[in-house]
Design a binder for this molecule. Structure first.
Ligand code: ATP
Ligand code: MG
Length: 566
């Protein structure tokens, strides 16, 4: 990529000097523009920034040092290199030019080669800085002044003087007219005469101060007075004037004061602009940060959700595979077991009571029976048996099941406590499955209390009964009442270690010694509860005991069908 040619701006009031310079610089293939005054240069800067400015120190109106100062006060132009042209002898004034911010200076009479060396050095810096400078949106304009005075002669005089300084000047011959001009035009500085008929300078000042509150770029106000008394000065400053100058003062003094005021104003404007820009950047950054935090939060939530889902999927896939496997093993084992059982039975029948082989055969029979139970458990787990739904009184089934293991519990010195609510309703359920569920829980409790203890079974009805006016959306009565039957099986046994609690319902999880437990008991219980649209929860404290809570919904007759269909 070929780089664009350098752009150089010459600020020089002498036409011949400007021409010579232009000739020297254009020979290098650079683009050269020229301004005869500092004011003209400032205007031109609004249209685009050059890579270098060559500025004559001695200029009419704004001098070279002032121009430098203004360029350095503006963020956009702060980086433009300035080469100051001085007279033969570098005097103190010219040194001040450098202090004001020029990058280098060279005598006008210097060898053109030396000039070019300096120019090249500065241009190299300019290119390096170019990257950080924004587009040429410089902020300069010729300062606009408004003069308010009742004396036309003074107005004319002042206008002439100030226009020589390069300002754009407007006049108003009275307070009221001046105020309406001030409201309609964007002025940088307003000069007000103190003594005027109708509305005096103090009043004008007060109103201008009011006006300034609502302005983006506040104007500066200078009070002019024929007499320079302390009292007038105090009144003027109190009314909001920024400065106070006697009309009799030297014009140079007035010019200097105006310049100082304007410089301060531009500086403040520039500061405000920078602060505004910084605030905007800060706001943008904050908004960006908040947006990022929201996205991160959402991502974390999604991550947790996905992990949970994966866990669930994995668990149900594991259960499904387990179920399939258990079903096929159970199926394969059923027939050979039946054969073995039959054979052992007939062998035992043929043996005399004293036969020494009888004991061994008895052991085989016992083990075959245990295997038969395992197979039955596996089949239960894999739902190979169909459900038989009927109206069941839970209390009755608990009693029947206890009956089955009555001797076993007594032998273990386990006291059975039955706390049944008298109003426990009948539920629709598979009687066999409920017995299986209770049997598994009672066996677990008994296993947990080898030294004896208490087994408490509670049956309660909970929840609100169905409200008679309660209807579905299609105004049929609610399909079933929200009432539940809650069965609690509590023991005073060994309890479950906290690290095992989350795993006890997993199929094949057991802490019992080999050959003793299949680890399917609780898995079957949970499945039965779920198939009855109920829940099963376990609370346990190691060393204290365990409570298993089963909640089964009570459904009306019409829902037995839904239950049967799964
Ligand atoms: N009431 C209880 N008190 C203490 N631990 C229990 C209790 N119920 C279950 N457990 C623990 O949970 C494990 C799993 O129980 P689960 O009924 O599923 O299988 P199991 O009793 O080991 O074997 P299975 O019931 O198939 O003969 C048990 O091995 C035991 O550690
Ligand atoms: Mg068990």
């Amino acid at each position: 990529m070929t780089e664009r040619p350098y752009r150089i701006m010459i600020v020089e009031d002498s036409e011949t000097q400007a021409l010579m310079l232009r000739y020297t610089l254009e020979k290098e293939g650079w683009e050269v523009s020229a301004a005869a005054t500092a004011e003209e240069a400032l205007e031109a800067l609004n249209r685009g920034l050059p890579d270098l400015m060559v500025v004559d120190y001695h200029l009419p109106g704004i001098q070279g040092d002032e121009l430098c100062r203004r360029l350095r006060m503006n963020v956009n132009t702060r980086g433009v290199p300035i080469l100051m042209l001085t007279a033969e002898e570098t005097d103190a004034a010219e040194m001040r030019g450098l202090e004001s911010g020029a990058d280098d200076y060279i005598a006008k009479s210097a060898d053109p080669d030396i000039l070019m060396l300096r120019v090249h050095a500065l241009l190299r810096q300019s290119r390096a800085q170019g990257a950080i400078l924004g587009p040429g949106d410089a902020y300069f304009h010729r300062a606009r002044l408004l003069l308010i005075d009742d004396s036309l002669t003074y107005l004319e005089y002042l206008r002439g003087e100030l226009e020589k300084e390069g300002y754009e000047v407007e006049r108003a011959t009275g307070g009221a007219g001046g105020l309406s001009r001030a409201a309609s035009g964007a002025f940088d500085c307003i000069l007000v005469d103190l003594v005027m008929p109708e509305m005096d300078g103090i009043e004008v000042c007060r109103r201008l101060t009011e006006m300034r509150r609502t302005m983006d770029n506040p104007i500066v106000v200078m009070m002019l007075t024929a007499r320079e008394t302390k009292e007038d000065m105090t009144r003027g400053l109190e009314a909001g004037a920024d400065d106070f100058v006697g009309k009799s003062s030297d014009m140079a003094v007035l010019r200097a004061r105006i310049r100082a005021l304007l410089r301060r104003k531009f500086f403040q404007e520039e500061n405000l602009r920078i602060i505004r820009e910084l605030r905007e950047q800060e706001r943008a950054l904050q908004a960006e940060g908040a947006e990022r935090r929201r996205a991160e939060e959402a991502l974390r939530a999604k991550d947790v959700e996905v992990r949970g889902m994966t866990q669930q999927l994995w668990q149900s896939a594991k259960l499904a595979t387990m179920g399939e496997l258990a079903a096929s093993i159970a199926h394969e084992l059923n027939n050979p077991l039946a054969t073995v059982s039959l054979r052992v039975e007939s062998l035992l029948a043929d043996l005399s009571e004293e036969d020494p082989n009888r004991r061994a055969l008895g052991v085989i029979e016992g083990e075959v029976e245990r295997m038969g139970k395992l197979v039955a458990n596996l089949l239960q787990f894999s739902r190979r048996t169909g459900q038989q739904i009927s109206s069941v009184d839970v209390r009755e089934e608990v009693r029947n099941t206890l009956e089955l293991i009555h001797y076993h519990l007594r032998n273990r010195r386990i006291a059975v406590v039955q706390e049944f609510a008298p109003d426990a309703p009948v539920i629709q359920a598979d009687r066999q499955q409920l017995r299986q569920l209770f049997l598994n829980l009672f066996t677990n409790a008994s296993d947990a209390m080898p030294e004896g203890g208490a087994l408490t079974i509670r049956v309660n009805a909970v929840g609100a009964t169905r409200h008679p006016t309660c209807r579905c959306n299609d105004s049929r009565p609610l399909p079933w009442s929200p009432l539940q039957v809650v069965i609690e099986v509590a023991d005073t046994g060994a309890g479950i270690a906290p690290e095992h609690l989350s795993r006890v319902m997993e199929p094949f999880f057991t802490t019992k010694e080999e050959g003793k437990g299949t680890g399917l008991g609780l898995a079957i219980c949970r499945r039965i509860a779920q198939e009855h649209h109920g829940t099963l929860e376990i609370e346990s404290e190691a060393g204290k005991g365990t409570t298993v809570r089963i909640a089964l919904p009570v459904r009306n007759g019409s829902n037995a069908r839904a239950l049967m269909e799964g």
